[in-house]
Design a binder for this molecule. Structure first.
Ligand code: FVH
Length: 297
């Protein structure tokens, strides 16, 4: 079991800063490094008790565990590769919370060669250390993961998702894909609502319609996701009472209405094309989850 009272933190952007403040509140001794020392977040962490170290090697050598939270993997490679064989990293554990692809995480394990966990943070900086926050972790093994769980749990619910270094990134990006898909549809809906003619409810504003109608509708649909996922697991795409042929006509009506009302529905158009392809190539009596067969390469 590693002693986790001393932690180093590399990268003090919005996310790194939130992670750092949560660690300080948990009474950790924190050594911090950031490319730009003059960033106000550096001052805020030093004021809260962190020690700023201008040298990256010293920062890492100061604690058994170092958290990395920078912009992207090319940045990690740029700052860490030059010191990867130095004494500073010997016997250290790295927890990388930088967003990236599964392949980038696997490649990092290759060139890093030290103990490294890769993480996906399912939280915005404001959510860190609240019940809404959870963190996927992968790499090494579950036993070694248990030696760093007490750090991860400072920020949110810790979920170990496997030894494959890329597993956390895959889970993280899958959730974000769901989020951006939802945003794409929701923002198209908001644009359409914005086009309401005077005399209708546009004076109440888009926000009240989103709160009063769109959000309850999306919330009511969440169990449908689980039913679609079950179809995907079984490879049998029942209609679930809503055959894709019927849904495809509804989708075409959305695209047509957007054209008529002056809304760009491009973010839905590609998906509508996939639905049409399923209808054209299959019976059209199955469910919308059958689209997944066109996505899997
Ligand atoms: N913020 C969010 O909502 C999400 C929540 C989920 C996780 N993401 C990922 O976390 C990584 C860091 O995100 P961030 O929000 O902290 O990002 P920024 O505020 O833009 O800070 C970027 C830090 O990266 C440093 N940096 C950038 N380029 C370099 C470089 N060439 N060399 C050294 N450091 C670099 C930057 O340093 P500086 O500009 O202050 O000198 C910041 O410390 C990210 O992967 C998210 O996807 C956030």
């Amino acid at each position: 079991m590693e002693s986790n009272s001393k932690i180093s933190l590399v990268g003090l952007g919005n996310m790194g800063t939130a992670l750092g403040h949560a660690l300080l509140k948990d009474q950790k001794q924190l050594t911090i490094w950031n490319r730009t020392a003059s960033r106000p977040s550096v001052t805020s962490l030093v004021d809260a008790g962190a020690v700023f170290e201008p040298d990256l090697s010293w920062t890492i050598s100061n604690s058994p565990v170092t958290i990395i939270c920078v912009l992207d993997y090319p940045t990690i490679r740029q700052i860490l590769y030059p010191i990867v064989n130095s004494h500073a990293l010997k016997s250290k554990t790295i927890i990388n919370l930088t967003n990236g692809t599964p392949r980038e995480a696997r490649e990092m394990k290759e060139w890093m060669r030290h103990a490294i966990f890769d993480g996906g943070t399912i939280a915005t900086p404001d959510m860190v250390a609240t019940p809404a926050s959870s963190i996927f972790i992968s790499g090494e093994n579950e036993q070694r993961f248990s030696s760093v769980t007490n750090i991860i749990e400072v920020w949110g619910r810790a979920q170990y998702v496997g030894q494959d270094p890329g597993a956390a990134a895959l889970n993280d990006l899958a959730l974000l894909a769901g989020m951006y898909g939802m945003f794409a549809g929701a923002i198209t809906a908001m644009a359409l609502l914005k086009k309401q003619k005077s005399g209708s409810r546009e004076h109440s504003g888009v926000e009240s319609q989103v709160t009063g109608m769109l959000n309850p509708w999306l919330q009511a649909l969440l169990p449908y996701h689980a039913k679609m996922a079950e179809s995907i697991d079984r490879g049998i795409f029942e209609s679930l009472g809503n055959p894709i042929q019927m849904q495809s006509i509804g989708m075409q009506n959305i695209l047509k209405a957007c054209d008529e009302e002056g809304v760009d529905a491009g973010s839905l158009r590609y998906f509508a094309g996939l639905m049409e392809k399923v209808v054209a190539e299959r019976s059209g009596e199955g469910g919308i989850a059958e689209v997944v067969t066109l996505l899997l390469k």
